[in-house]
Design a binder for this molecule. Structure first.
Ligand code: FRU
Length: 505
């Protein structure tokens, strides 16, 4: 019922949420577990900090649970970390009464009263609801204040547990190995890409290459602050991993999501197939200040990850991370406009206005541009307008646009008389895009998918080749009630092969 609480993006019932932690899939119960950085005592970040907990059958309907892991003292925090399933009981924490798929071990950073950060472990004998801390914690103590965010996984090829963790302000991702989750041996350091102020929340996961039986390793790294678009962001590197060193294919640093609200990404442990993950949908530049009361922040949608060669200009292809949101069958259309051919010269606005809006919409466009070159003076554009209900003749609008002349998309979240003024809450974000493909007449083809959930919009360009996630804040009481495709030029140079605008529930 709250106008600014997303419906299918996880939000805490009350309090403050940041990074996703301990993501795993319980294969026995077929249940997704997420934990998160949680302050249950207020809606800003603060100590004591806990691991909150939620579960879902479909990754969009979430159930809140009690606190999962708590600090020993009020001026301490259980900082970010991960969960593994210790199927063969390498740790010795489990006996035969615990199903191998539910041998849950959490690895996290304990942030103590003196701000010392050490890596600790805790195990669960009830499939992830309550945890017992290991008696001999910490498992790694370097006597440092900037050493955190362990992500652990089982590396089949070298038959050992691997921990990826950061020495934040030394700009080092460290790789450790272990056979029992308790004793850890240092293997190597990795540094690359943008440095910013500090490294946070690293990760390393195997991602399948589309249309092949091969995969590559993707190292992810969160930087805060220091994003080229401001504040916090996630980078990634593609390469090989032998259990000891990560060898990147090139020196490229790539941005995972070019919006402002996608941070501290983590992938799920123990998924049945492929790679799935999600992120905190906010930015440290303004996360504590956004105009929601009682609770702040949401997660992104869960996304499926693959790798694919994409064109970055007409001559050059590079292997890239592809992201597609997981929208389960439980999400259905209340009403929709679906067209398999749309020539905007005849009718240049398509408008879907929801009666009793849920605030949840999605849209998909596949279109061609009928000419290959334009002069810089031409204006060949269309917009998707996401608008609130008409109230006293005032409408709040956020806009996704495409400009064919410069082959670029933009998103604009500037809202008139807005109730959130913050200079770092960037209004406009944009990205250059190559065509997804060319048709038989060599005309460029593009695709766009977007999902709007009350106060967050996730955009996926060219079938997930580029993703852009942004929150927005309409005025008190308002949330999206309509979605419109508006083609701005009379003699349209666009030809739509697919248009779908849907009001969802
Ligand atoms: C990243 C981060 C982590 C840390 C946690 C504390 O957003 O700063 O490095 O573990 O948040 O809440």
């Amino acid at each position: 019922s709250e106008y600014n609480r997303p419906l299918i993006h996880y939000t805490p019932e009350y309090g403050w949420l940041n990074d996703p932690n301990g993501l795993f899939f319980d294969k026995k119960e077929k249940l997704w577990h997420i934990y998160f950085q949680y302050n249950p005592n207020g809606s800003v970040w603060g100590l004591p900090l806990y691991w909150g907990h939620a579960t879902s059958k479909d990754l969009v309907n979430w159930k809140h649970h009690d606190l999962a892991i708590s600090p020993e003292k009020d001026d301490e925090g259980i900082f970010s970390g991960s969960i593994v399933i210790d199927h063969i009981n390498t740790s010795g924490f489990f006996d035969d009464s615990i199903d191998p798929d539910q041998r849950v071990v959490a690895i996290y950073t304990n942030h103590d009263s003196n701000e010392k950060q050490t890596q600790e472990i805790a195990y669960s004998l009830d499939a992830g609801y309550t945890f017992t801390k290991y008696k001999a914690n910490p498992v790694i103590d370097l006597n440092l204040t900037q050493f955190r965010d362990p992500k652990v996984f089982w590396h089949k090829q070298s038959n050992q547990w691997i921990m990826i963790v950061v020495k934040s302000q030394d700009f080092k991702i460290q790789i450790y190995g272990s056979t029992n989750l308790k004793d850890w041996k240092f293997h190597s350091n990795f540094s690359s890409g943008f440095y910013g102020f500090q490294y946070e929340c690293p990760g390393l996961f195997e991602v399948p290459i589309e249309n092949s039986t091969k995969s590559k390793w993707v190292m992810v790294l969160a930087i805060n602050p220091g994003s080229p678009i401001g504040g916090s962001f996630n980078q990634y590197f593609i390469g090989d991993f032998d259990g000891y060193n990560f060898a990147p294919d090139d020196t490229q640093s790539r941005i995972m999501d070019i919006g402002k609200d996608f941070y501290a990404f983590q992938n799920f442990s123990d998924v049945e197939e492929g790679a799935i993950g999600l992120a905190w949908a906010s930015n440290w530049q303004y996360g504590n200040l956004v105009p929601t009361t009682e609770r702040r922040s949401s997660m992104s949608l869960a996304r499926r990850y693959t790798l694919k060669e994409i064109n970055i200009n007409p001559e050059t292809k590079i292997l890239s991370l592809i992201q597609r949101p997981i929208i389960p069958d439980s999400i259905t259309a209340v009403n929709s406009i679906v067209k398999t051919s749309f020539h905007p010269t005849i009718n240049n606005i398509l408008s879907l206005v929801a009666q009793d809006s849920t605030g949840l919409f999605d849209f998909k466009l596949r279109f061609k541009i009928k000419e290959k070159r334009f002069s810089n003076q031409e204006k060949i554009t269309f917009d998707i307008l996401v608008q609130s209900q008409v109230q006293d003749n005032e409408i709040d609008t956020v806009k996704v646009g495409f400009d064919a002349v410069i082959s670029s998309y933009y998103f604009n979240r500037a809202i008139k008389n807005k109730n959130f003024e913050n200079e770092f809450f960037t209004d406009k974000l944009s990205t250059y895009m190559e065509p997804l493909s060319y048709d038989d007449n060599n005309l460029p083809v593009f695709e766009l998918y977007g999902i709007v959930d009350r106060n967050i919009i996730e955009l996926y360009f060219n079938d997930g080749a580029v993703a852009m996630t942004n929150t927005f804040f309409m005025n008190e009481g308002r949330y999206p009630h309509s979605i419109k495709l508006v083609v701005n030029n009379e003699d349209s140079k666009f030809e739509f092969e697919q248009v779908s605008l849907r009001h969802l529930t």
